[in-house]
Ligand binder design. Structure first.
Ligand SMILES: [Zn+2]
Length: 249
């Protein structure tokens, strides 16, 4: 680390649990973020500012006026532009020293597989079950930890699916792909603006912990927040013995 980096990351380096070693790990790490919407816009600034050396952002969408209430990497001037470009510009303003690669189209299974294989941690910040399951399959196959987040109306959920750890569940253990859950979207149900910030920043926190080995992650637990009552609760998650994605792995 050079002198500027020692200053930029000094408040991390001051943390005994992280120190120079932990910060060096972050600088050498690669994070894959699926989605540059509300959750991605909350997680990404902290991944960038914290000095994760390489970040890949995947999103096929363009910025819409209805996004701006909560997707804070995008500004009014970015309406109509690809979200990944707008996000990239904002992130490089925060930290020009990191590498940001963008994928501005819907990533198919083969591309997701390649992107996940090259990542040290994956943040699922998307808004649909098909993508969530595709990302989970690739994470299980390549044994890459997955930080999953969801936010709708006043309710949020966060978990870490780390199948490198024996007995730990994957996303499909919790939401079996064959049991089609009804798709619920912010576009029809609404979402409170800072809720996506709460969930996305917890995702960023878990990603930094996974990359540095600090603390205990949410692996094997589902953290839920009810913003109307401001109650945080968590429940234990077990691996489903006959999970169609991770059983036998
Ligand atoms: Zn599973």
């Amino acid at each position: 680390m050079n002198d500027d980096q020692l200053l930029r990351y000094s408040r991390h380096i001051l943390l005994d649990e992280l120190g120079i070693e932990g910060q060096s790990r972050l600088l050498a790490s690669r994070a894959l973020v699926i989605g540059a919407g509300g959750l991605g816009c909350a997680a990404l600034p902290f991944l960038a500012s914290a000095g994760i050396g390489s970040i890949v952002v995947v999103d096929h969408d363009t910025v819409d006026l209805t996004n701006l209430q909560r997707q804070i990497l995008h500004g009014t001037a970015s309406i109509g532009r690809p979200k990944v470009e707008s996000a990239r510009e904002s992130l490089l303003r925060i930290n020009p020293e990191i590498a940001i690669r963008t994928v501005g189209e819907r990533a198919g299974d083969a591309e997701l597989d390649a992107l996940v294989r090259d990542a040290d941690v994956v943040l699922d910040c998307c808004d649909n079950f098909a993508t969530r399951h595709a990302v989970n399959r690739a994470c299980v196959a390549h044994r890459v930890p997955l930080v999953s987040g969801a936010a709708l109306r006043f309710d949020g959920q966060i978990s870490v699916f780390d199948t490198r750890q024996p007995g730990h569940p994957c996303y499909a253990c919790l939401f079996p792909p064959s049991e089609q859950a009804p798709e619920a979207a912010c576009a029809t149900m609404g979402v409170l603006a800072p809720l996506v910030g709460m969930v996305g920043t917890v995702q960023a926190t878990e990603a930094l912990k996974l990359l540095t080995g600090v603390g205990q992650t949410l692996a094997g637990r589902l953290l839920m927040v009810d913003a109307l009552r401001m109650e945080w609760t968590s429940m234990r998650l077990a691996r489903a013995p006959h999970c169609e994605v991770c059983a036998g792995r």
